[in-house]
Design a binder for this molecule. Structure first.
Ligand code: BTN
Length: 239
């Protein structure tokens, strides 16, 4: 059955984002790969479906046709992980601001992931990949318990409105200073401090309570023996 959500009105979005180059595809392997072909600053690449959507840590990003927003944007390079935090904050803001952020940038509603962000550094630019689950009603395998969509959480928004809001939010959050970004993250994320988590650090599993971000934006975890460990690469899970 044809899915009306597949008819993404890219011309309407172009009118609302004058001066931005938006390349929209029915299907791609990954918007990250297409974005890499022409890294014009500000360029936005989107697809209705991805056959090889990339997630963080080498995982796949399941990209059901027409059910999600799958985009990559070319941004000027900025310090990592601040850019990761800024992109998560922007994505949260675009979907309405009430969501939680699991360090560094998983966007959660009711404890389940509704959006994820990938940042690939390429010389003096970043390819920011953002995937938002918009209207999925089910998820395969393990994702059934850990993933959700805006629709399932009662958030009704068109993908066109979402993309416009996302582009404005990314522009805004990427202009913040490091200090401002860290402060916004601490306010927005229930994971920033006081949260009991398990995470990987230098190849070993660490358990403890989060105790803020270090000045660079990495997550600090206080282990039960009192030692403080800095988490550099995500994989943070509540326990
Ligand atoms: C994560 O694992 O949380 C990051 C997911 C990022 C998915 C988006 S969808 C658009 C862009 N293209 C990709 O192949 N991945 C990112």
């Amino acid at each position: 059955m044809p899915n009306s959500a597949l008819h993404f009105n890219v011309d309407a979005v172009r009118m609302r984002l004058p001066g931005r180059r938006i390349d929209w595809f029915q299907s791609l392997d990954s918007t990250m790969i297409e974005a890499h072909r022409d890294m014009l600053p500000g360029r936005i690449v989107g697809a209705e479906a991805q056959s090889a959507g990339m997630g963080r840590h080498g995982r796949k990003w399941i990209s059901e046709p027409g059910a999600g927003l799958y985009v990559s944007m070319i941004l000027p390079a900025k310090a990592v992980p601040v850019i990761m935090l800024a992109l998560g904050l922007a994505t949260r803001d675009a979907i309405g601001g009430g969501a939680d952020l699991r360090w560094p940038n998983d966007v959660l509603i009711s404890g389940k992931k509704c959006a994820g962000v990938l940042a690939q550094i390429e010389g003096d630019a970043i390819i920011a990949g953002i995937g938002i689950n918009v209207s999925q009603t089910e998820f395969p395998g393990d994702l059934e318990t850990s993933a959700t969509s805006l629709l399932l959480e009662g958030v009704q928004v068109s993908r066109e409105d979402l993309l416009v809001a996302l582009v404005h939010a990314v522009d805004r959050f990427c202009q913040l200073t490091r200090e401002e970004t860290l402060r916004h993250f601490a306010e927005a994320s229930s994971y920033a401090s006081g949260r009991r988590v398990r995470a990987e650090a230098a190849g070993k599993l660490v358990e403890g309570v989060t105790c803020g971000l270090d000045p660079a934006g990495f997550l600090r975890v206080r282990e039960d023996n009192g030692a403080e460990t800095i988490i550099l690469a995500g994989g943070v899970r509540p326990i």
